[in-house]
Design a protein around this ligand. Structure first.
Ligand code: TMP
Length: 395
């Protein structure tokens, strides 16, 4: 049974930055209701109305994974680690974005899948064969006509975006060599509960994974988890190591440890999610009242990072230009546009936080270390960051 536990109200498509605020553009803006469910039979947390992926992953997709040095480093490390541990002869990446992971492989040793054709174009140009398609059974069959089974399939921040997990995992099983491994990582629901980071829910995050949920789901596709890791990336992620049910990989101790930890934390009980929903409401109240207090003091507040996550916060808390004047971001194709739903102007972060600004909301709170390093001047002159994780506070 799927039980509703969180209502994040009307939300836009997070990747839809607006070029202008003309009547025509505003009329076209798409909204949906963001409601989050817990499935009591397999423990999966899912949004109630996944959007049509063709609306989300278009040829105008804005996010570039290689924008962040934190992510670049982390992909380099995992690529090396996987090559050493599994020595794959053939590899595939699902959801290759701008090639930040691929770059760590020889061009003839890996192929990629990336439905956003503007991104697939980038990696195809770099010489990495990239299929500009969605991952599903049809595509898996097409790929297998040309290539052998894969020793390694890797995917970061993509599997949780796909509504049909059964078909996804079945297609993975079809594509793996006998002892091939499927390694994938996505934001972790355990971290969301701990950090109160409700902004991890947005249109692209169709599911938020726990170990116990994925363990149930991969079994249905004759796969098994043989190792698992918790990671600091994206504010807390989980990396699964999966092989065929008959694969010869020994099951690591991490598997049992994490399963027990999640059961102790009651990630299999609806009550846990209901309590979280209460904390989310409290967080909203506190953030709004802090921003109103600063406004009364005539402070200019801006936001750092035109992130997808912050779109959830601004729309859920109804934070518009009256409370946050604008957003700064280093991504060229976000600059000069407006954030989805609340329409905050996006400016360049190239020159750092302007001198007249003393308060900055951390839209990209998961990159706080990287941002602090860049913004030493702001910190030295007494500037304060506002965060909502794990509680609304100034840092
Ligand atoms: P993400 O959390 O969805 O990966 O998005 C991070 C956004 O934050 C992305 O648009 C780039 C932006 N950003 C900056 O503008 N400056 C920075 O220093 C960092 C780390 C990110």
């Amino acid at each position: 049974m799927k039980i509703k536990f969180l209502d994040l109200l009307k939300q836009p498509i997070t990747n839809s930055y607006l070029k202008s605020l003309s009547k025509k553009v505003l009329k076209k803006e798409f909204f949906y209701k963001l409601i989050v469910l817990f499935d009591t039979s397999n423990f999966l947390v899912t949004i109630s109305q996944p959007l049509d992926p063709k609306k989300q992953y278009t040829n105008k997709y804005a996010h570039r994974a290689s924008q962040s040095t934190t992510m670049k480093k982390s992909f380099k490390i995992i690529a090396r680690k996987l090559q050493l541990r599994f020595k794959p002869k053939t590899s595939m990446e699902i959801g290759s974005n701008d090639g930040v992971f691929l770059k760590n492989f020889k061009k003839n040793k890996i192929i990629a899948i990336e439905p956003c054709s503007n991104l697939a174009k980038i990696t195809n140009k770099q010489g990495y064969l990239t299929y500009p398609n969605f991952w599903n059974k049809k595509l898996a069959k097409k790929v297998l006509k040309k290539f052998n089974f894969f020793d390694l399939i890797y995917s970061a921040n993509t599997i949780s975006h796909i509504p049909n997990l059964k078909e996804t995992f079945d297609s993975i099983n079809m594509s793996l060599s006998e002892n091939g491994v499927f390694v994938f990582e996505d934001p972790y629901i355990g971290s969301v509960l701990k950090m109160n980071s409700y902004d991890q829910f947005y249109d692209e995050h169709v599911h938020l994974f726990s170990f116990i949920a994925i363990n149930n789901l991969v079994k249905e596709s004759d796969l098994k988890i043989f190792d698992v890791e918790l990671l600091p990336t994206h504010g807390g992620s989980i990396r699964f190591y999966v092989c065929k049910k008959t694969g010869n990989h020994l099951v690591s101790n991490n598997v049992k440890k994490l399963k027990n930890k999640e059961l102790r934390q009651s990630l299999h009980k609806i009550l846990t999610y209901r309590k979280f929903a209460k904390r989310v409401k409290k967080s909203k109240k506190e953030l709004i009242s802090l921003l109103i207090k600063l406004k009364k003091k005539k402070e200019t507040v801006i936001s750092y990072g035109a992130t997808y996550k912050s779109a959830t916060i601004f729309n859920y808390c109804n934070i518009g230009k009256d409370l946050i004047s604008y957003v700064i971001d280093s991504t060229k194709n976000k600059q000069g546009k407006f954030t989805p739903g609340m329409h905050l102007p996006i400016k360049s972060s190239d020159n750092g936080i302007p001198d007249e600004v003393r308060y900055v909301f951390l839209g990209a709170w998961n990159f706080i270390k990287e941002i602090k390093k860049k913004e030493i001047r702001f910190i030295k002159r007494g500037g304060k960051f506002i965060t909502h994780v794990p509680k609304v506070k100034l840092v």
